[in-house]
Design a protein around this ligand. Structure first.
Ligand SMILES: Nc1ncnc2c1ncn2[C@@H]1O[C@H](COP(=O)(O)OP(=O)(O)OP(=O)(O)O)[C@@H](O)[C@H]1O
Ligand SMILES: [Mg+2]
Length: 153
């Protein structure tokens, strides 16, 4: 899918956020600065608003590896694995150990080989124009039949 602006990304993000359930997992791929954290921010803020909790800052967890957002009766765990070097470091994080009512959104997930059955994998790509991006959707398990055209309305 081609998106032409941040506004269009917001629409897609809102529609993705509506489909997320409490144990879901979203993997975000794509080059530095392409929009992975921006997409995460839109999803987190959308769900905060929907659930009637205060909208917070959503910063990049590049150095902290993880930021967490408690939203009513579920939690979003936002990881950035850019600085993780090997599978040993990855295992120490125990990303999938905590399973109850936690949504995981993971930037730079390449090192994760043991992936949850239900997951949405997105890849963002730069296009020629500054605010344009391509988003490639790969749904697995319950996300398998995701209709990307419906996400645009
Ligand atoms: N259509 C668009 N979609 C996403 N981001 C856009 C778009 N147009 C412009 N931008 C801008 O691109 C930047 C994306 O930065 P962001 O931190 O989200 O990237 P990132 O993929 O998380 O980078 P990193 O790999 O360093 O974590 C933001 O400044 C955002 O405003
Ligand atoms: Mg980021």
């Amino acid at each position: 899918m081609i998106i032409k602006s941040l506004n269009q990304l917001q629409l897609i993000s809102n529609n993705i956020a509506e489909k997320i359930s409490k144990k879901d997992c979203i993997f975000l791929n794509g080059e530095i600065g392409v929009g992975k954290t921006t997409l995460t921010r839109m999803i987190v803020n959308y769900l905060q608003k929907r659930e009637g909790v205060k909208q917070t800052e959503v910063l990049s967890p590049t150095f902290n590896l993880l930021y967490e957002y408690q939203i009513s009766n579920f939690k979003i765990m936002h990881y950035d694995l850019y600085r993780i070097k090997n599978s040993k470091e990855l295992d120490q994080l125990g990303i999938f150990k905590e399973n109850e009512s936690t949504i995981k959104i993971i930037e730079w997930p390449d090192l994760i080989t043991d992936r949850p059955k239900n997951r949405l994998e997105l890849e963002l790509k730069y296009l020629k124009k500054e605010d344009e991006r391509e988003i490639i959707f790969k749904g697995h398990g319950e996300w398998k039949n995701i209709n990307e055209y419906k996400l645009q309305n």
